[in-house]
Design a protein around this ligand. Structure first.
Ligand code: URP
Ligand code: ZN
Ligand code: ZN
Length: 457
């Protein structure tokens, strides 16, 4: 039976208009001022905002790292995602050193298959760059993996400048895109070594060994490489004003760069690390949280279009897992859980606080990631022919974030107690109601999404 969403305000990247939406099977078939369909199940959504299903293009589910594995695999991670209004995640299939890309991709298919409550796609994080890997790239594209990640730090992952150059050149030929974790590894190592010598390794040291200059330097270097290669590139999880200035400088010189930031860099600051206890450990992620002025600069960049996407970098650990690094932060698994909170946080602290418009929110969290990562117009927009991935959002609800209602297996949220405005009420995934009243009502309906080449926005 068709579903008719009646009387809501449909949000796109250009406007928010009172329109009805007709769903047939897995697709949106009509969007118009008044739709008549006597056979459809009519759902009254008056007073609600109707968003395209949001896309989180940066998650790490079931990732083995720092001698442990993330608290959330695809089962809990995608439940958390869909409850928060995210209908598609792009997770990082991650190649261990010495492994082929096909093995890594196969591993990620096994991790996700039949356990996902939202749709999912994969970027491929490449930690080994050589001729065999190069030969595998074509097969990745054939299997719908058209975006890749490179790290400029972390011993198990990092690529040299030469390798980055070659990777960008090869992917330019194939019309793929690379997202890069930008931090200067040498500075981090030197500052960490000093801490080891002084035995000052508690949580408060974590941000001190990764100053924003590390991010800015790595961004400048990456963008110089990308400019010589003459290829667009993505800076993932931008955290600092210095980093933003590096992006601006490179753009002035003609670099083509897309930028992603995350709610933690917009809403939290480095005062969280002052407590050398589990309280501070909750916030250990890389790059680290910065100063309030950094967050302010990032909000400004979201408003004026200098940043194109907001993702979470959801990489979750329990407090028990975090506690391993309490007296030596180098042993602490890095990352935060936030996949369930992104949409409501961006609505509350972006739209409601007038830092961004509703249309901006739709562009940053749905349309731009869909375009950049080759899923548009199947995903990221409410229009005839698109997948019926729809979020029915109550704009007036008051609430707060707490681990008690969250679906992540991390036993905390970095946003505990944070007040929210608005609520994800219903979520449709390819036409099926999967979330009602904030709870998953239809589990494991997520499918793998084979992506096309990027649509450079
Ligand atoms: O601390 C973080 N962000 N961990 C996740 C891996 C990464 O660097 O994106
Ligand atoms: Zn990263
Ligand atoms: Zn990440």
């Amino acid at each position: 039976m068709n579903i008719l969403l009646r009387g809501g305000t449909v949000v796109s990247s250009v406007n928010a208009k009172k329109l009805d939406v007709l769903i047939s099977g897995s697709k949106i078939v009509k969007v118009a001022r008044f739709i008549k369909d006597n056979d459809a199940q009519v759902v009254d959504v008056s007073g609600k905002l109707i968003f395209p299903g949001f896309i989180d293009a940066h998650t790490h589910f079931d990732l083995e790292v720092s001698d442990t594995v993330t608290a959330d695999g695809f089962e809990s991670g995608t439940k958390a995602a869909v409850c928060g209004g995210t209908t598609t995640v792009i997770d990082f299939a991650t190649q261990n050193k010495g492994e082929s890309l096909s093995t890594a991709l196969n591993n990620w298919h096994i991790k996700a298959f039949s356990k996902s409550s939202c749709d999912y796609a994969f970027h491929m994080a490449i930690s080994d760059w050589n001729d065999h890997i190069k030969e595998e790239l074509k097969a990745m594209f054939e299997q719908g993996v058209t975006s890749f990640k490179a790290y400029m730090t972390y011993d198990t992952m990092k690529l040299s400048d030469e390798e980055l150059f070659d990777m960008l050149s090869t992917l330019k030929e194939l019309c793929g895109i690379v997202g890069v974790h930008c931090e200067n590894d040498g500075i981090i190592k030197a500052l960490t070594k000093k801490r080891l010598e002084d035995n000052t390794l508690t949580v408060s040291a974590h941000p001190k060994v990764r100053p924003s200059a590390c991010e800015a330097e790595a961004i400048t270097r990456l963008l110089s490489i990308a400019q010589v290669v003459d290829v667009p590139v993505v800076v993932v999880h931008l955290s600092s004003k210095d980093g933003l200035e590096a992006v601006r400088n490179a753009r002035q010189k003609g670099a083509k760069v897309y930028v992603e930031t995350c709610p933690q860099y917009l809403l939290l600051d480095d005062s969280r690390y002052e407590q050398n206890t589990l309280q501070g450990a909750r916030f250990v992620c890389s790059p680290p949280l910065r100063k309030k002025e950094d967050s302010k600069a990032l909000w400004g960049a979201l408003k004026n279009g200098e940043i194109q996407t907001v993702a979470t970098d959801h990489c979750s650990f329990t407090l028990q897992q975090k506690s391993v690094g309490l007296s030596d932060f180098t042993k602490m698994p890095n990352g935060l859980p936030s996949v369930e909170s992104r949409v409501v946080l961006m609505y509350t602290y972006g739209v409601q606080k007038k830092r961004i418009t509703l249309e901006n929110m739709c562009r940053l969290l749905a349309e731009n990631p869909a375009k950049l990562y080759g899923m548009y117009p199947r995903k990221g927009v409410i229009k005839a022919g698109s997948d019926a991935d729809i979020v029915v959002f109550s704009p007036k609800a008051d609430g707060f974030i707490t681990k008690n209602t969250h679906h992540s297996k991390a036993d905390y949220t970095p946003f505990e107690g944070v007040r929210t405005k608005g609520k994800v009420e219903k979520v449709y995934l390819r036409g099926k109601l999967v979330v009602d009243n904030g709870e998953v009502v239809n589990e494991n309906k997520g499918k793998y999404i084979k992506r096309s080449k990027p649509n450079f926005i």
